[in-house]
Structures are given as C-alpha cells and as structure tokens.
Design a binder for this molecule. Structure first.
Ligand code: IMP
Ligand code: MG
Length: 176
C-alpha cells in the first residue's frame, strides 16, 4: 500500500469484479445497439479501460475534458477543455465518470450531449457520493456508493497525484 494512504476503501479485486457485473448489465441492456462510451478525462481512464474490455457489443469510445465551476446558475457551468472527436448525432451514449459528487459536471455534460443531437444519454459512474448532491442527477449504473470522504486512486486524484493506484483509498490527513 502507498505510504500516503490511510486505508483502502475498495480493493483492486472488488473493482474488477464490479466492473464485470456492470459490463454484463450493459451487454444485456444494449442488445442490438452500438453505444458510444464517452469518458470524462482524466479520472475515468482506468474505469473506462476495465469496463470496456468486458463489453461484448460493438462500441466506440470518445473522450471529453471539462472543468466545472459554480457561476450564477445553481448547478454551475462547464468549460470544455477537450471536445469530442466525432459527431454523436443520433447516438446512444454512455457517459463514463469516476465519481459523482455534487452532480454539476454530469448534469451539464449530459445536457450538452443532448444539444449535440445524441439520441439517448445514460450515465455510469465508478463511485457515487449521494450525500453531496446539489444537482438533480442520478447515474443509471453505479459501481459503489461511498461516504462523504475524499478518496483517491483508480483514476481519482488529489492535486493530480494518486490516479495510478490500483485501488480506491483514503489519504492520510497530513497529505492534504
Ligand atoms: P461534481 O461535478 O461535483 O459531481 O464533481 C465531480 C468531480 O469532482 C469528479 O469527476 C472528480 O474529479 C472530483 N471529485 C469529487 N469528489 C472527489 C474525491 O473524493 N476524490 C477525487 N476527486 C473527486
Ligand atoms: Mg472528474
């Protein structure tokens, strides 16, 4: 275990097992369709990789990078740092995120994808912190519900560090 980690919340094995279950659910729910997996950079990268290798449908993948900030609207706004490479007109999209906290990011990105002409947008998030929700948004597929604590690993960072840890852990207090 990394010396900055206080304890492991979700192990590598638990994540792999849950990703297989989530992929099975998607394989079942999307029979006959070819969804586009849209990952939000950078946190979704390990989750996207673990999930997509268990999906047996013909899929495409794409990525967006956005920054969310709280402006005059209660649910804030997002700035697009990197937009999609391809058109999503008429597509079934599965938006892939590392964690839903306030819900601001996903609400805005989902609205944006509908504005771009997507036929359907579903959300899959590795982690969900329901107690922190500010915007009315619910994921269609969730890996794990986590308590209101700051977690790192498997894509999630603190100051851009710890994304490479193979598990989800809680940082020691002195590391903040
Ligand atoms: P939201 O728009 O408030 O839902 O923000 C979600 C984003 O905040 C995630 O994509 C993460 O980048 C970041 N975030 C929220 N909680 C955590 C955490 O516990 N650890 C690391 N990043 C987090
Ligand atoms: Mg993020």
């Amino acid at each position: 275990m990394h010396s900055d980690i206080k304890f492991i919340l979700i192990s590598e094995e638990e994540i792999a097992r849950r990703c297989r279950d989530l992929a099975d659910a998607i394989n079942h729910d999307y029979v006959g369709r070819q969804p586009v997996l849209v990952g939000l950079l950078k946190g979704s990268v390990p989750f996207m990789a673990e999930l997509m290798k268990r999906i047996t449908l013909n899929i495409e993948i794409d990525f967006m990078d956005v920054k969310s900030y709280v402006g005059t609207e209660s649910c804030g706004d997002v700035q697009i740092i990197k937009d999609l490479d391809s058109s999503v007109l008429g597509d079934d999209i599965i938006l892939v995120e590392d964690i839903i906290d306030t819900g601001r990011t996903l609400k805005k990105v989902r609205d944006l994808l509908y504005q771009k002409g997507a036929r359907d947008v579903k959300i899959i998030s590795l982690l969900d912190k329901p107690d922190r929700r500010v915007c009315d948004i619910k994921a269609d597929y969730v890996g794990f519900e986590v308590p209101d604590a700051f977690v790192v690993g498997f894509g999630l960072d603190f100051n851009q560090k710890y994304r490479n840890l193979p598990y989800i852990g809680v940082l020691k207090d002195e590391c903040y």
